[in-house]
Every structure is written in structure tokens, then in C-alpha cells.
Design a protein around this ligand. Structure first.
Ligand SMILES: Cc1cc2nc3c(=O)[nH]c(=O)nc-3n(C[C@H](O)[C@H](O)[C@H](O)COP(=O)(O)OP(=O)(O)OC[C@H]3O[C@@H](n4cnc5c(N)ncnc54)[C@H](O)[C@@H]3O)c2cc1C
Length: 541
């Protein structure tokens, strides 16, 4: 414990309550425990890993390089753990999370199968009262919600969605028992990042796979592979270098944009560069490309055209290739799924693509799916229809700040935060990797947040303070900055979860500011300026 200001000596159950056992919650637990705080972490699932606990669908894996995704807080951990693949699959990643919590003896402060239903700020105590679905209640000075940006699965709005009598799964609630596709007629609804990973796997064994596509996405090769013993040695030797690289990149990835315009190079050099990025491992084609591709329409048209050509080269039937080409948005303006032989799946005789723009859903029946041009009989339906993203998991908790204000009401037109980390009117409350925080390679963001929060809590304790919230004008200024940064990007003109549009969720047809689109550097500059000023941006007492 830091001191008796916020620990023993009060009637609080804990110093800090943390929600969520994903990368964000675990990072926060590690850092706050280092301060000696009495912490309790609550998690809905029955194990750690967050996204990697829930998304156990076949083919689920990282798009971030494994060694750039894992925790960096311990050089010893980095040296010990051997990632098997450059982009780890879900089973291995779930093992990693279990290894980490046992390695650092975190399990004793974690409570699984414990969903937080409400968190109310009690002004008389300057503390949060947190309620669980079981009815248990706990009070703590600090509340850290690491509830995740992609947490609440969303089903599509289709008549009869619950009527299907065969096997039905959502990718983000995949069962722990094995699921076989062999000899079955399987329908996959959705072609975002999870859908693409699922489709590649199901196509291998299903008797017939029908892919229902509403929005075609630009998919780019992942080029995954095992990490060879030599590569393993190089990875192990590069801990400091890796840290330096991700910290100096734009979005905390190993890839970062080239600081040149695509118009500064000859068409031949440009083509060579695109080709090189397309064939290289990981997200380079998206995150490590010319800097103007995602902000300038003319530049974007060049990379979009390149990607269109790639789809036409890889898909034999020109009519199917045209359906797989995204005509309604430019490359990189929505989440780019990374794939392994995804386009080749459509050359297989056991795979059919249904373009829902041309032939929309009519209804789901006990036996299958009816679209405007006919009936598709199915044995299994897989919903790869994503999430109530970014704000959904926060709004699912009844979070009440000072004077009875509800977070859900404050965010009724979109999230409003300071640094994506704190909210005016909701004191002593932190959201690692929260809405409008620096995005990209998320564990890097949330590890930074965990450090920031720990430094701040230490400061509060050293100064005998027990209450902190961002000033309203500071929050407004940050929101203006975030809005301006989002509007600079072409993605701001596209409906997607990046801009908060989700036709499957009520009231979510208007675009919102959801993510921080300026660089990680600018983000840290702002966050550190606050620290240097003695947290002048915050009301403290
Ligand atoms: C399939 C998939 C692949 C991805 N790949 C990448 C990638 O390669 N790179 C990358 O950077 N990001 C990736 N992401 C994004 C992913 O969300 C983040 O990497 C990371 O999981 C975020 O960590 P987190 O701890 O903030 O949230 P999560 O990992 O989502 O963990 C949040 C946890 O909070 C729990 N929780 C939520 N609400 C409550 C409540 N009320 N009570 C108790 N517990 C609660 C949830 O059950 C969950 O376990 C991927 C996401 C998915 C779904």
C-alpha cells in the first residue's frame, strides 16, 4: 500500500478495482500492484486473455507480430517466452496470457466469471462502488476499466436471426469444444477481419461454404510462418530495439509510414514498393506505406487500384473478382483484414460468394438463409458480424459519476474523453485503450496507459490527494484535437466501426469521433505535458 490515505485505514475494500483480464487490465494490475496497492480484478470470462479468451474461432490469430504484441513490462518474460509463429494463433496466445498471470502471481488478485454490472462514484467517500452480476459489491478509490474495444459481439439485423435450428456460432463467442465443418453446408455471414480468418479455415473441410458478403474489404497477405531457431535468437536479442521501434512508429506497430509522398517517386518505383510491401510479412502495405495514402484521395486511388489488380490476379472468375473488389471505399480507410490464401478460396468448387448488395437477406429460417434470389440450405451458420465496438462494453455497465450523471448519457452522441483515458464528471476513473486513446497495436497503448495511471496514482498519494477528474475545458480541447485528426483522414468519410457506424446497433447511423488518429508520438507528447505540469489539466483535491 502507498500510505493510509487511500489504503488501509479507510473502510474501502480495495485501493483499485480493475475490470477486464485482457492486455489492458493485466497491465494495469501489474503496475498498480508494484505501487503496493490492494487490487482486485473482475472478469466476465472464466480465464484471462480478453479478446484471446473469447475469439477462439478457427484461424483466429494476431495481425500484429507476436513479439510486438506480448507484454513488454518485463525483459525476463520477453526472454523466456518463445512465440511459435510470427503471428500467433489464439490457442498459443491464450496459453501466453495464462503463463503471464501465473509467472507474476497475478491470479490471486483476479476473480473470473465475475461480470461488473454497475459502478457508481460515491462522492462522500471519493470512491467507486462496483456491483457484480452475482450481487457482490466492493468499494475502491480507483477504478480502471480495461473492458476492451472489441468486446460485445453483435448479431446482424435479419428477420429470424434466432430461428435457425442447426449449429450457430458467433466468432467472438466460439465454444471451447471442437467444431467440425466436415460434410456440412456452412454459411459465414460477414467478411471483416474475423470473417476472413474464419472463411480461410472453414473452406478447407466444409462440404459447401457460402460466404454472405455485405461489404467487400481490402485484404492483404499476412505471410505468417513459424519462427525459426535463428529468428528466435534475433527476436530475443532485440528487446530494446523492438521497444524503440514500436515506440517510434506512428501507431505502435513494427511498421510505420514512409515519410514521403507517393507522388515523389516514379510510377515504376511506386509499383515496386507496393509489390514489396504486399509480399512482405505483416501490415506493411497498410501501416508502412507512403504517408499520403490514407489522407489524400489521389494518392489513395493509386494503392486502391494496385489492390484491385491483385484481387483480379488471384480470383479466376472475373465476375467473382469484381464482387470482391471494394468499390465503396479506398484502401486502408476501414480495418484491413490480413489473410492467407483468402482470395484463392473463391477458386474452390465448394465455395459460393453471395453479394448481399445485389441480393440482400430476406430472412433466416430453421433450415437456412433466404436472400432475394433464392434459398440457401445450411447445416451451420457462423456470424462474423463483429462488435458493438469501442464504447459498447463501457455502456453495458451502469457507470455513474458525480451528481448521478450516467456515462451512457454523456456519450449519447459519441464518446467524450480526455486522452481517451479519463472523463470529466467521472473522477478517479481510467480507461486503458479506451475510446479516443491512441490506437494501433493495442497492448503497447495500454501498457503506456498503465504506466501513466500508476505514475498519477503515486503522485496523488504523495500529495495526499484523493479526487481527480479532467477539467471540462481540457476535455473539450482534446476532443477538438481528436476530431480534427480524424477529419484529416479519409477513413472519416467512410461508415465503419472506426467512425462508430453500425447498422446492427440502435442509434448508430451517424459518424462519430471514436479513435485517436494523430500519431502515437503526438499522443504521448500531450499525455506527458500533463505530467510535467503537475497534472494541471486535472481538478484535484
Ligand atoms: C479476433 C481479434 C483479433 C485482433 N487482433 C489484434 C492484433 O493483431 N493487434 C492488435 O493490436 N489488436 C488486435 N485486436 C484488438 C483487441 O481488442 C486488442 O488487441 C486487445 O485485446 C485489447 O485488450 P483489452 O484488454 O483492452 O481488451 P480485451 O482483450 O477485449 O479484454 C477486455 C476484457 O474485459 C472483460 N470485460 C468487459 N466488460 C466487463 C464487465 N462488465 N465485467 C467484467 N469483465 C468485463 C471482457 O470479458 C474481456 O475479457 C484483435 C481483436 C480481435 C477480436
Amino acid at each position: 500500500m502507498l500510505s493510509d490515505v487511500n489504503a488501509a485505514g479507510t473502510s474501502l475494500d480495495h485501493d483499485a478495482i480493475i475490470i477486464g483480464a485482457g492486455a489492458s487490465g493485466i497491465s494495469a494490475l501489474v503496475r498498480l500492484r508494484e505501487l503496493g496497492l490492494r487490487c482486485r480484478l473482475f472478469e466476465t470470462g472464466d480465464g484471462p486473455g480478453g479478446a484471446w479468451h473469447w475469439n477462439r474461432y478457427p484461424g483466429a490469430r494476431f495481425d500484429s507480430e507476436s513479439y510486438s504484441y506480448g507484454f513488454f513490462f518485463s525483459p525476463e518474460l520477453f526472454a523466456e517466452w518463445e512465440w511459435k509463429e510470427h503471428f500467433s494463433g489464439q490457442p498459443e496466445t491464450e496459453k501466453y496470457f495464462n503463463y503471464v498471470i501465473d509467472r507474476f502471481d497475478l491470479r490471486k488478485d483476479m476473480q473470473f466469471s465475475s461480470r461488473v454490472t454497475a459502478a457508481h462514484f460515491r462522492s462522500e467517500e471519493n470512491a467507486w462502488e462496483v456491483s457484480l452480476a452475482s450481487g457482490e459489491r466492493y468499494r475502491a478509490r480507483w477504478l480502471v476499466a480495461g473492458v476492451g474495444p472489441l468486446t460485445l459481439p453483435q448479431l446482424p439485423r435479419i428477420e429470424g436471426v434466432q430461428a435457425f435450428a442447426g449449429e450457430a456460432y458467433h466468432t467472438a463467442r466460439w465454444p471451447k469444444h471442437p467444431v467440425s465443418f466436415e460434410g456440412k453446408r456452412v454459411g459465414v455471414i460477414g467478411t471483416g477481419a474475423s470473417g476472413v480468418q474464419t472463411i480461410q479455415e472453414v473452406a478447407k473441410t466444409a462440404r459447401h461454404l457460402t460466404v454472405f458478403q455485405r461489404t467487400a474489404n481490402y485484404c492483404a497477405p499476412l505471410k505468417n510462418g513459424p519462427i525459426t531457431p535463428d529468428e528466435q535468437k534475433q527476436v530475443k536479442a532485440s528487446y530494446e530495439e523492438l521497444k524503440r521501434r514500436v515506440n517510434s512508429s506512428r501507431a505502435w506497430f513494427l511498421h510505420t509510414p514512409v515519410l514521403r509522398s507517393v507522388f515523389d517517386v516514379s510510377p515504376e518505383d511506386r509499383e515496386r514498393f507496393f509489390e514489396d510491401r504486399y509480399n512482405a510479412r505483416g501490415m506493411g502495405i497498410w501501416q508502412g506505406n507512403y504517408m499520403d495514402l490514407v489522407v489524400d484521395e489521389r494518392a489513395n486511388a493509386l494503392i486502391s487500384d494496385f489492390m484491385h489488380r491483385k484481387i483480379r490476379e488471384r480470383v479466376r472468375d472475373p465476375a467473382i473478382a469484381e464482387k470482391l473488389i471494394p468499390w465503396d471505399h479506398g484502401f486502408g480507410t476501414r480495418r484491413v483484414p490480413h489473410e492467407t490464401n483468402y482470395y484463392e478460396v473463391y477458386n474452390q468448387p465448394n465455395v459460393t460468394l453471395v453479394d448481399l448488395k445485389a441480393t440482400p437477406f430476406k430472412r433466416i429460417t430453421p433450415n437456412g438463409v433466404e436472400t432475394s434470389d433464392g434459398f440457401h440450405e445450411m447445416d451451420m451458420l457462423i456470424y462474423a458480424t463483429g462488435f458493438d465496438a469501442v464504447t459498447g462494453a463501457f455502456e453495458a455497465i451502469d457507470i455513474e459519476g458525480v451528481d448521478g450523471q450516467k456515462l451512457k448519457d454523456k456519450w449519447s452522441k459519441g464518446p467524450v474523453t480526455y486522452l481517451g483515458l479519463m472523463v470529466n464528471g467521472f473522477p478517479n476513473f481510467f480507461m486503458p485503450a479506451g475510446p479516443l486513446s491512441s490506437q494501433g497495436n493495442i497492448p503497447r497503448t495500454s501498457e503506456y496507459h498503465a504506466e501513466w495511471v500508476a505514475r498519477f496514482v503515486r503522485y496523488m498519494d504523495e500529495h495526499g490527494l484523493v479526487y481527480a477528474e479532467p477539467k471540462l475545458e481540457v476535455e473539450q480541447e482534446f476532443m477538438e484535437h481528436a476530431r480534427e485528426a480524424q477529419n484529416r483522414h479519409l477513413s472519416s468519410r467512410v461508415d465503419s466501426w472506426f467512425t462508430g457506424v453500425n447498422t446492427n446497433v440502435d442509434g448508430r447511423t451517424e459518424r462519430r469521433v471514436m479513435q485517436y488518429r494523430d500519431s502515437a508520438d503526438e499522443y504521448r507528447r500531450r499525455a506527458e505535458a500533463g505530467v510535467a505540469s503537475g497534472y494541471e489539466e486535472l481538478i484535484k483535491r
